[in-house]
Design a protein around this ligand. Structure first.
Ligand code: PEP
Ligand code: MG
Length: 908
C-alpha cells in the first residue's frame, strides 16, 4: 500500500460514517438528516442501508477546491460494505444496486441544496433493473429521472430543456400525466435526454456508476454555495461556514405500482399540537412527486385502507420516534411493494401556539421536565402570539400570499404611493401601502400606513427591515400580485384591486385578503392583561400552556424585568404584564403638548427671573406626573431620567417658522414673539443634534433645569410617603461621558433632596445613578461608579456612538444593503452587537463593580426586550433589563430560558 500523505489520515480524521456508526447528537458532523438516519438505524427501524460523508469533508473541498485525498478510498470501503450487505454491486448489469445522493446540513434548508436519485443506472443496468423488477416501464422511468436530475444538478443543464422534452412526449401521446407514458416512450425520452446532456454539457452522460456517484457528491458540496443557499442562510441566520454532509443511501422505490408509494407524516399536528394522524400519502410515486404536487395526495389516514400492515407499522414507529426524541417528529417514508422504509425524520417545525402546547403536553406525558419545556419555546414565538389576529372563523377571500415579514394583522384601504398614504391617514382613513418594493422615500408613507404590502423582495428587503423596526405589519415579496403604481391598482389572478378598495394583510402568515377581515385580540394578551384566567375551566388551551411556562420562567430567572414607561397608564399595564419596576421614565415626554409653551418660555428667557418663573410653572406639573407614576408603581423601583433631548426639539420647525416670519415681515406685521423664537431656533440649531447639546450637557448649561426636575421627584416622593405609599425613586443622569459631569449634577441634586427632606421632614432615600451610553463612559466606568449608585446601559446611544451609525437614519438608508451583503445578519439596533458594543458593556460591568461592589446594573436600550440580547445581559451579570411594556413577557420568558440553560453558573 502506498504511503498516505493526507494530513487528515495522519490525524485519524474519519470522513465517512456508516448509518450504524452515527447518532442524533452528531448533527455538526453528519448534518441533521445523516444524524437522524443513524439514530433511526440504531433504533432498529427499517432504514435503507447507507453512509454519510461528513461536513468536514465538505469544508475541505470548499476551502481547497478538492476533496480530501483520503475520501475516495473511504467512500470505496463503505460502498463495498454496502454492496456486501445488499448482495449486489452499484450499477451491476444484471441486478444493480442504486443509491440516492442527498445533501443534509446541520440546519434544515428546505429545497436549497441538491439531491440525485437512482445513481447506478446506465444503458446496461437499466435492463437488469427492468428484469429484476419485472417492470420495463419502471426501469426506464427511473433512468430518465436520473439523467434529468443528474443533468440539471450535476452537469448544470437548464432543467427546462428536460421538462419541455417530457411535455412534448406527453403531447405526442396525448396524455396528461407522466405515469401514462409507457416503457417504449420513456426509452425514447432517455435517448432524447442523453442528447440534451451531450449538447448542453459537452459530454456524455457518464455510464460508470462510481463516476456518477463521485460527481453527485461534488455537486452536493458545491450546492452549499449557490446564491439561493447563501441568501437563505443570511435570512435564517445560519452560519456560512458549516458546510453540508452528503448522505448516500440505497434506493427504495415508491413507484413500483399501486402497492408502493411515498408520504410525509407528523407525530402530532404541527399547527395545534394535538396528537393524531397527520400527513399525506401518494400512491405509486417517488418522494419529489409529493413536493412537486404533480398528482393529488390522500390524507395519511387513508393508508389504513390501502395497506393496513404498513399503516400499523408506521403508527408504531411514529410512537417510538416521539417517545425517543421526546418531541414532535416529522417523517418521510416510502412503501416498496408493501415493505415500509423510513427515509428521514427530524424534530418537526411547528407554529408558535403549537410550540407552547406541545411543550406542556410533553411535560404531562412525563417525557420532558419543566426546564426542558422552557427550552422548547422562545420569545419570538411568544411575541407572535401577542399580536392581534384575524378571526379564524371569518369568511375570507384570499388574494395571494407573500413572505410573512413583520407580524400582525392589518386592514385598510389600498394606496399605491406614500403621498396618498399620508394624505388619507391624516383624514382618518386606515390605509395599506402597496408598492412593488419600498425605498427610503417611502418612509413617511410607511409610518402613516397600518401595514405594508410589496410584490418584490424578501425578509431583508427595505420594506421588511423598516417595518419590523417600526413594529408594523408587513407582507413582502407577494409575487403573484402585479402592482401598477402608475394606474394605482394591483392585479392578481385576473382580479383587480383599485386604490381605495379594502384589503387585509396577515404579517404572521404572509396571506393577503380582499376586503375587511375581522380582527380579534390575542388571547395571550387578554391573559396578560388579566381579562382571561388560565385557571378557568373554559380557559383556552394555549393560554393554559403559556401560563404554565411563564410561571416556570419566573421561578428560575435571575434577571429582573422592568418597563420603559413614562405615564401611569403604561406603568399599570407594565405591572399587569409582570414588570418589577420602571427602568426608564423619559421625562421629555412630559414636556410636550400644552406644556411645550412653558418650555419655550424657559428657552426664550432673557433674565434669571424669567427662567426661574418658567421653571416654577413646570415644577408642579412635573411633580404631579411623578406622584401618579410612583403610585402606579408603589413598592417597586422607578428610574426617572432627567431631560435628555436637545432643546430645539421643543421649538417649532426652523423652515416653517422662517417662512411664517418672512411672510409676516413682507406684510410688515411680524410678531415679536415669533422673531425671538426664530432667533432661539437659529441659536440652538445644530448640525448633529444627537451629538450636541443634550443629556447632562443641557443640565449643566441651563441653570435650574435639572434641579427643578430633582425637586419635583423629591417632593412627589415625599407626598407619596406622607400618603403611606412606598415610592422608590431613582434619579438617572443621561449622556454622561466623564465622572466630573456627574459629580457636579450630583452635588446640586443632593442639596435639593436635602432641602426637600428638611422641608417635609421625610427621609427620602433617593438613589442617584447614570446611564452608560457613550463609549467614554463605558471606558471610564470605574471612575464613574464612584459617583453613581447604579448604571443603566443606554444601548441605543451606545450602538449609535460605537458604530458611528445615526440611529435616526441608517436603518432606512443602507441597512438593507448591509444585511444583503451579510455584513451583519441583524441590525445592531435590534440585537446587541456582542463583540463591539457588548464588549464595552461587559468591561464596564466589571470596572463598575470593582469600584462599587453593590453597584446596581441594568439596561434600558431597545435591546432590553430582544430575546438574544436578554441572554447576553444575563450572561454578563446585569441585575435587570428594561423594555417597553408590550415586550415584558418576552423578556421574562427569555430571562428564564437564559437562567435555565446556564443553571449552576452564578454571575454575581
Ligand atoms: C439609550 O440610548 O439606549 C436610551 C435608552 O436612551 P434614549 O433611547 O432615550 O436615547
Ligand atoms: Mg440615550
Amino acid at each position: 500500500m502506498s504511503e498516505n500523505k493526507d494530513p487528515h489520515v495522519a490525524q485519524g480524521v474519519k470522513f465517512v460514517y456508516d448509518f450504524t456508526e452515527g447518532n442524533k447528537d452528531l448533527k455538526d458532523l453528519l448534518g441533521g438528516k445523516g444524524a437522524n438516519l443513524a439514530e433511526m438505524t440504531n433504533l432498529g427501524l427499517p432504514v435503507p442501508p447507507g453512509f454519510t460523508i461528513t461536513t468536514e469533508a465538505c469544508k475541505v473541498y470548499l476551502d481547497s477546491g478538492e476533496e480530501p485525498a483520503a475520501l475516495r478510498d473511504e467512500v470505496g470501503a463503505h460502498l463495498a460494505a454496502l454492496e456486501k450487505k445488499m448482495g449486489k454491486k452499484l450499477g451491476q448489469a444484471d441486478d444493480p444496486l442504486l443509491v440516492s445522493v442527498r445533501s443534509g446540513a446541520k440546519f434544515s434548508m428546505p429545497g436549497m441544496m441538491d439531491t440525485v436519485l437512482n445513481i447506478g443506472l446506465s444503458d446496461k443496468s437499466v435492463q437488469g433493473l427492468a428484469k429484476q423488477a419485472g417492470d420495463d416501464r419502471f426501469a426506464w422511468d427511473s433512468y430518465r429521472r436520473l439523467i434529468q436530475m443528474f443533468g440539471k444538478t450535476v452537469l448544470g443543464v437548464d432543467g427546462e430543456l428536460f421538462e419541455d422534452a417530457l411535455e412534448k412526449a406527453k403531447q405526442a401521446k396525448k396524455v396528461a400525466v407522466d405515469t401514462d407514458l409507457d416503457a417504449a416512450e420513456l426509452k425514447k425520452l432517455v435517448t432524447r435526454f442523453k442528447k440534451i446532456v451531450k449538447s448542453e454539457a459537452g459530454r456524455d452522460f457518464p455510464q460508470d456508476p462510481r463516476e456518477q456517484m463521485d460527481l453527485a457528491i461534488h455537486a452536493v458540496f458545491d450546492s452549499w454555495n449557490t446564491e439561493r443557499a447563501k441568501l437563505y442562510r443570511r435570512q435564517e441566520r445560519i452560519p456560512g461556514d458549516l458546510g453540508t454532509a452528503v448522505n448516500v443511501c440505497s434506493m427504495v422505490f415508491g413507484n413500483l405500482g399501486p402497492d408502493s408509494g411515498t408520504g410525509v407524516a407528523f407525530t402530532r399536528d404541527p399547527a395545534s399540537g394535538q396528537q393524531g394522524v397527520y400527513g399525506d400519502y401518494l400512491q405509486n410515486a417517488q418522494g419529489e412527486d409529493v413536493v412537486a404536487g404533480i398528482r393529488n395526495t390522500v390524507p395519511l389516514a387513508d393508508l389504513e385502507q390501502l395497506d393496513k400492515k404498513s399503516y400499523d407499522q408506521l403508527m408504531q414507529i411514529m410512537e417510538t420516534l416521539e417517545t425517543h426524541y421526546k418531541d414532535l417528529c416529522d417523517i418521510e417514508f416510502t412503501i416498496e411493494r408493501g415493505q415500509l422504509w423510513m427515509l428521514q425524520t427530524r424534530v418537526g417545525k411547528r407554529t408558535a401556539g403549537a410550540a407552547f402546547r406541545i411543550a406542556t403536553q410533553l411535560v404531562d406525558q412525563g417525557l420532558i421536565d419543566e426546564a426542558e419545556a422552557l427550552q422548547r419555546v422562545n420569545g419570538a414565538q411568544l411575541a407572535q402570539l401577542m399580536f392581534p389576529r384575524f378571526d379564524e372563523d371569518a369568511k375570507v377571500e384570499q388574494l395571494g400570499r407573500g413572505i410573512a415579514a413583520s407580524p400582525g394583522a392589518a386592514v385598510g384601504k389600498a394606496v399605491f404611493d406614500s403621498y396618498t398614504a399620508i394624505k388619507w391617514s391624516r383624514s382618518g382613513e386606515k390605509v395599506i401601502l402597496i408598492r412593488r418594493e419600498t425605498n427610503p422615500d417611502d418612509l413617511d408613507g410607511m409610518i402613516a400606513a397600518e401595514g405594508i404590502l410589496t410584490s418584490r423582495g424578501g425578509k431583508t428587503s427595505h420594506a421588511a427591515v423598516v417595518a419590523r423596526g417600526m413594529g408594523k405589519t408587513c407582507v413582502c415579496g407577494a409575487e403573484d400580485l402585479e402592482v401598477d403604481t402608475k394606474r394605482r391598482r394591483l392585479t392578481v389572478n385576473g382580479h383587480v384591486v383599485e386604490e381605495g378598495d379594502v384589503v387585509s394583510i396577515d404579517g404572521s402568515t404572509g396571506k393577503v385578503y380582499l376586503g375587511e377581515v375581522p380582527v380579534v385580540p390575542s388571547p395571550v394578551v387578554e391573559y396578560f392583561e388579566g381579562r382571561m384566567h388560565a385557571g378557568a375551566d373554559d380557559a383556552d388551551e394555549l393560554v393554559k400552556a403559556v401560563h404554565r411556562i411563564m410561571a416556570y420562567a419566573d421561578r428560575v430567572r435571575r434577571l429582573r424585568v422592568r418597563a420603559n414607561a413614562d405615564n401611569a397608564e403604561d406603568a399599570l399595564r407594565a405591572r399587569r404584564f409582570g414588570a418589577q419596576g420602571i427602568g426608564l421614565c423619559r421625562t421629555e415626554h412630559m414636556f410636550l403638548g400644552e406644556r411645550r409653551e412653558m418650555v419655550e418660555h424657559l428657552i426664550l428667557a432673557d433674565t434669571d427671573e424669567e427662567r426661574e418663573n418658567a421653571l416654577k410653572e413646570l415644577l408642579p406639573l412635573q411633580k404631579r406626573d411623578f406622584v401618579e407614576l410612583f403610585e402606579a408603581m408603589d413598592g417597586l423601583p422607578v428610574t426617572v431620567r432627567l431631560l435628555d433631548p436637545p432643546l430645539h426639539e421643543f421649538l417649532p420647525d426652523i423652515t416653517e417658522l422662517s417662512v411664517r416670519v418672512a411672510l409676516a415681515e413682507s406684510r410688515k406685521d411680524a410678531n415679536e414673539n415669533d422673531l425671538r423664537l426664530l432667533q432661539a431656533v437659529h441659536r440652538l440649531h445644530e448640525q448633529n443634534p444627537m451629538l450636541g447639546l443634550r443629556g447632562v450637557r443641557l443640565g449643566l448649561v441651563i441653570p435650574g433645569l435639572f434641579t427643578m426636575q430633582v425637586r419635583a421627584i423629591a417632593e412627589a416622593a415625599a407626598e407619596r410617603k406622607n400618603a403611606k405609599g412606598d415610592p422608590r425613586a431613582e434619579i438617572m443622569i443621561p449622556l454622561v461621558g466623564t465622572v466630573q459631569e456627574l459629580e457636579i449634577v450630583r452635588e446640586e441634586a443632593e442639596q435639593v433632596i436635602a432641602d426637600v427632606e428638611r422641608a417635609t421632614g421625610v427621609n427620602l432615600k433617593l438613589s442617584l445613578g447614570t446611564m452608560i451610553e457613550l463609549p467614554r463612559a463605558a471606558l471610564t466606568a470605574g471612575q464613574i461608579a464612584e459617583a453613581a449608585e447604579f448604571f443603566s446601559f443606554g444601548t441605543n446611544d451606545l450602538t449609535q456612538t460605537v458604530w458611528g451609525f445615526s440611529r435616526d437614519d441608517v436603518e432606512a438608508s443602507f441597512f438593507t444593503a448591509y444585511l444583503e451583503k451579510g455584513i451583519f445578519g441583524v441590525s445592531p439596533f435590534e440585537t446587541i452587537d456582542k463583540d463591539g458594543v457588548g464588549k464595552l458593556v461587559r468591561d464596564a460591568v466589571a470596572a463598575g463593580r470593582a469600584t462599587r461592589p453593590d453597584l446596581k446594573l441594568g439596561v434600558c436600550g431597545e435591546h432590553g426586550g430582544d430575546p438574544e440580547s436578554v441572554h447576553f445581559f444575563h450572561e454578563v451579570g446585569l441585575d435587570y433589563v428594561s423594555c417597553s411594556p408590550f415586550r415584558i413577557p418576552v423578556a421574562r420568558l427569555e430571562a428564564g430560558r437564559a437562567a435555565s440553560t446556564s443553571a449552576g453558573s452564578d454571575h454575581r
